[in-house]
Design a binder for this molecule. Sequence first.
Ligand code: FE
Length: 292
Amino acid sequence: MNKSERQLLQVIPSHETSDGAGVKLRRSLGQSPQARLDPFLMLDEFGTDNPQDYIAGFPAHPHRGFETVTYMLDGHMLHEDHLGNRGDLKNGDVQWMTAGRGIIHSEMPQQLEGRMRGFQLWINLPAAEKMKPAAYRDIPAASIPVVQMPGGGVAKVIAGTLQIDGRGTPGPVQGLTTAPLYFDIGLPPGGVFIHDLPPSHNALLYVYEGDVVVGGAAPRALLRHSAGVLSAGDAVTVRAQDNSKADAGARFILLAARPLGEPVVQYGPFVMNTREEIERAVADYQSGRLTA
Ligand code: FE
């Protein structure tokens, strides 16, 4: 059976913005309510060598109704919540946090200088799971499989299962309702990544080093610091641009998940299905009952 190849449907260039107490970042998904891809709500890239861009961190703030996934490429961040949970995020580590009914936490840099680089992704929860108790998964870099691919590419498998040459490599995160797939892919110049994607899933990629072209038959360029939303289909082809100046190839994250198809009402760090639920979240937070 012929695979139907996903094409690059929409490009969402990231915008520079700041969040928390003044952390500079690039926001692609989530820069407006239209710039979402169900169930993905927001994608921020942070990446800087200048401590002034990150040192203020993200002091205590609430979340309700979704999951946050922090992938630290470089740097050291300490996560603490109102229950006393602590988690250190260092180079290559991932924290998968299910805010559920509520969490109040801080995310603070633990370095005074040097490079801080990574991503924070927000994934929506289905209505039936928005009020479940908060939960964390701290995933050290050592438990994230690294797969050397034919042609010199490298894949890190954070969620879902990578299939290369008939061999499956499951990542540490499996079995969620949205069945997310989260890969970090590095390609040499001209290198190609071809992978199946479930037809049921929405999918995008975000390029953070080099540039790529998406699609084998009708390729379209996707430049660094941009998210590319993919059309429907069951496979994707991504090629690293081979221009003579860039000898470093390209790196991108590939995200896919089953859409929820439910109404989304967001007010800052609260993402629910109705206005009434948002008003309830705000009232709960103000009265100290967000997480009770
Ligand atoms: Fe947060």
